[in-house]
Design a protein around this ligand. Sequence first.
Ligand code: ZN
Ligand code: ZN
Length: 140
Amino acid sequence: MEFVDRLLTCADCGGEFIFTAGEQLFFFDKQFKNDPKRCKPCKSKRAGVGAKAGAGPAAAGLSRTETRTECSACGIETTVPFKPTQGRPVLCRQCFQAKRAPSTGALVTAAATVDMVAGTTGDPGSVGAELLAVAQAPQA
Ligand SMILES: [Zn+2]
Ligand SMILES: [Zn+2]
């Protein structure tokens, strides 16, 4: 497979930038299907805005513990007031609320969710504990 430098147009600033043969090889290697959409300055500008949240002290822009992440259910970008544990599902406010809907029909779902959450986490005072309280209340 041979690669030649290509000229692409940045989706952000509209400027042209070079998609080098080396980068194309890298993309091919990683099996990325799409060409890069932005030039390097725009890409790093975006990265500085949010993608690196939680990456360490560099994320000083976020003063609170709000962490940017993706909802495990619907996939939209959301912020959560805690640090998500790796491999643990994180829900946006909408999905979270949908899961703990206070109707009788949702009770079974809530209980099942508790099992799931309780099985994957050990920290109390988290989403799991709150769901547990909701699920147990009617039986007490
Ligand atoms: Zn650009
Ligand atoms: Zn969601």
